[in-house]
Write a protein that binds this ligand. Structure first.
Ligand code: ZN
Length: 188
């Protein structure tokens, strides 16, 4: 049987990988399952699978200047790959497929960036703007763009923003990132 549970947003914890398979709309990060999209948690105890039912079923077209949410899936020398989960523009539309966007080092912020890993970590949830819809090229230059949810690299606690820097309430570490001014609230 399937139990429908809470409404979740990207980055929310939904279950443990040792108990459930990572189904549609979820991802596995070191044994914990998190939601990739906004939707309702479906817990299937027969299949031992947790999936997310998107709130809106129709996949939208990505347009230039759309604001999108996604999870950092891969970091390379000069760019990072983002699994997109939500389009935010005039209406609140969802991407139900996990489309991929590319964020080049030159589009991260104004000024020089030495390497992308100085500004983002794997599995950070970010808010970005589409600058080219055909290649799904993203930018996080604007003040309200960048990391909106980050977990501590050391202890996996969700980090807070203190004086513009990410701060771990658990182990007191600080990370300097391209943090969005919407940190912690941007995914809703
Ligand atoms: Zn920590």
């Amino acid at each position: 049987m399937t139990v429908s549970k809470d409404l979740v947003i990207p980055g929310d914890f939904v279950g443990y990988a040792e108990e459930y398979l990572s189904g549609y709309g979820t991802y596995d990060n070191e044994g914990k399952l998190y939601s990739l999209i906004t939707g309702i948690v479906n817990q299937n105890d027969d299949e031992r699978e947790i999936s997310i039912k998107p709130i809106i079923e129709t996949p939208p077209e990505i347009k230039k200047d759309d604001v999108v949410y996604g999870r950092v899936a891969d970091l390379r020398n000069n760019f990072l790959v983002v699994n997109l989960s939500k389009v935010s523009s005039s209406s609140d539309r969802e991407i139900v497929r996990a489309d991929r966007g590319i964020l080049h080092i030159s589009n991260i912020k104004r000024g020089y960036v030495n390497q992308v890993s100085d500004e983002f970590n794997h599995n950070d949830i970010i808010k970005a703007k589409v600058v080219d819809k055909d290649t799904v090229t993203l930018s996080t230059e604007d003040e309200n763009l960048g990391v909106i949810i980050a977990k501590c690299q050391n202890c996996k606690t969700r980090m807070d923003v203190v004086n513009g820097k990410l701060h771990c309430p658990q182990c007191k570490r600080t990370e300097t990132k391209k943090v969005s001014s919407d940190y912690g609230i941007g995914a809703i």
